[in-house]
Design a protein around this ligand. Structure first.
Ligand code: CA
Length: 473
């Protein structure tokens, strides 16, 4: 499976004519090139914003829509672009060129691994230092390279459907222990990748503020007293959840499945996902049908789809199952997926309160962990989702579920981080200003970060996933 192994596009010696990308500390070298969608003229707020497709490179965005529109207008063939060449399939190249010119990320994603590889090689060819002297490179420098500060980034695709899983056994076990001390992990967990259907309309790009939700909240009943009725009001236990999001590439027809051995080829890219959660609303509403209004007021995603191929050097084995755990059923079992189906992405969460920002204090790191600890691989999540014939469509987003690792420092939400054991009061986190938090306050800003490092390869990053909490209405 070529998608799982590094190739010539990951060569650390490759450099770009965009100098900022050659800084070893950059998360966006020429080996990364995540797809993004953006408004190139945000200052012009007449009418609906334009949407162009590009790739992030160093401190800039390369506007590929401008390039492909230019080729179409001047009747030049995309086959002459570097990275495409004579061997590329005519139909795929034509669809890719139209999709990029029109700013249609979903059409790019629909082309599957072959189209993704063409897209990435084309972008890489255009940006290589060797290409700098070509007339087209001068056109790109003049017309298509935009500083990040001058554009507004959207979600990297139109997300039609969003499903959130529960793939970290460490998260599931800790949260289970809070609510069911005698039976933390339900018996289906090690057999079924547990998930629920979320709502795509409340997925927002990084930077958009999140309003504290209101909902039904019920106080705990006291022994010997009659149960109190719920009240409707602002959430008091607002939390974040550190997750990865996986964009579906080519989909499947209704009634057909995505076999586990092909599932990696149906994933287009990865983003960071903050699944904001109202714990008090959740606690009252979640039984018997699962999460609902505690989750769908807002989820924030980072604005880049880091392509699966770019992550090949950072693949790792599926998390080993403890002795005695069941072997996955056949439709979830694949040798390649077990060998290299995981991702070793370092994940961090930072908090900055309004007071900290006013005092000029650095954001406080709340946790650090890795996506290598997922109990189910992304391919298993996708194969399971389509195993009943559910059609998956290009641009659909699959959330990993809160990614907590085995150590307390790697817990991916405040519900876990401030838990001090059954029956004990929550242990607050102290901020540099002396303020304390067990859950989020208005004005708090949460930033998720993700990056990959490995000897012999360039570091690549996922970008920031950031939002500030605004007071309830
Ligand atoms: Ca979640």
């Amino acid at each position: 499976m070529t998608l799982l192994r590094p190739n010539e596009t990951h060569d650390p010696a490759l450099a770009s004519w965009v100098e900022s990308a050659n800084d070893p500390a950059s998360d966006f070298p020429i080996q990364n090139l995540p797809l993004c969608a953006f408004d190139p003229h945000p200052e012009d707020d007449e009418g609906p914003g334009e949407e162009h497709l590009g790739v992030r490179i160093g401190d800039s965005v390369l506007d590929l829509s401008i390039l492909f529109q230019h080729l179409a207008d001047s009747r030049q063939s995309p086959h002459d672009l570097p990275g495409i060449g004579d061997n590329a399939d005519e139909d795929t190249t034509a669809i890719l060129a139209d999709a990029i010119a029109l700013g249609n990320a979903n059409a790019v994603m629909s082309l599957g691994p072959y189209g993704s590889a063409l897209f990435r090689r084309c972008a890489q060819g255009l940006l290589r230092s060797e290409f700098k002297t070509e007339a087209l490179a001068r056109f790109l420098q003049r017309r298509a390279l935009r500083r990040l500060d001058d554009v507004v980034l959207f979600e990297p695709a139109v997300i039609g459907d969003y499903t959130d899983f529960y793939a970290s056994i460490h998260h599931a076990s800790t949260v289970g222990a809070m609510f069911r001390p005698d039976n933390p992990l339900l018996p289906n967990y090690k057999w079924v990748p547990i998930g629920y259907h979320g709502r795509a309309s409340s997925l927002f790009p990084s930077g958009m503020p999140v309003r504290r939700p209101s909902g039904q909240i019920k106080a705990d009943d006291k022994p010997g007293e009659p149960p109190s009725p719920p009240v409707f009001g602002p959430c008091k236990l607002l939390d974040y959840e550190l997750e990865l999001g996986f964009f579906v590439g080519a989909g499947n027809e209704p009634g057909e499945t995505i076999p586990i051995g092909r599932a990696a080829e149906h994933l287009f890219g990865v983003c960071l996902l903050n699944d904001w959660s109202a714990r008090d609303i959740q606690k009252w509403e979640y039984q018997p049908l699962g999460p609902f209004l505690a989750k769908n007021f807002a989820s924030t995603i980072s604005p880049y789809a880091v392509m699966i191929e770019a992550l090949a050097p950072f693949r790792c084995p599926a998390s080993p199952r403890p002795e005695g755990d069941p072997t996955p059923l056949l439709y979830l079992a694949d040798a390649d997926d077990q060998r290299l189906g995981g991702f070793d992405i370092t994940l961090e969460v930072y908090l900055s309160s309004a007071q900290m920002r006013a005092a000029g204090a650095e954001p406080l790191r709340l946790s650090r962990g890795s996506s290598r600890d997922m109990y189910w691989t992304p391919a298993q999540l996708l194969a399971h989702h389509a195993s009943n014939g559910c059609p998956m469509r290009p641009g659909d987003l699959l959330g990993s579920g809160t990614l907590s690792g085995p150590s307390p420092e790697s817990r991916g939400c405040l519900l876990e981080l401030t838990w001090d054991g059954p029956g004990k009061p929550r242990k607050p986190i102290t901020l540099p200003t002396g303020e304390t938090r067990t859950f989020l306050a208005d004005g708090d800003e949460i930033t998720l970060r993700g990056f990959c490092e490995r000897e012999g390869y360039r570091r690549i990053g996922l970008g920031d996933c950031r939002a500030i909490i605004e007071p309830a209405v």
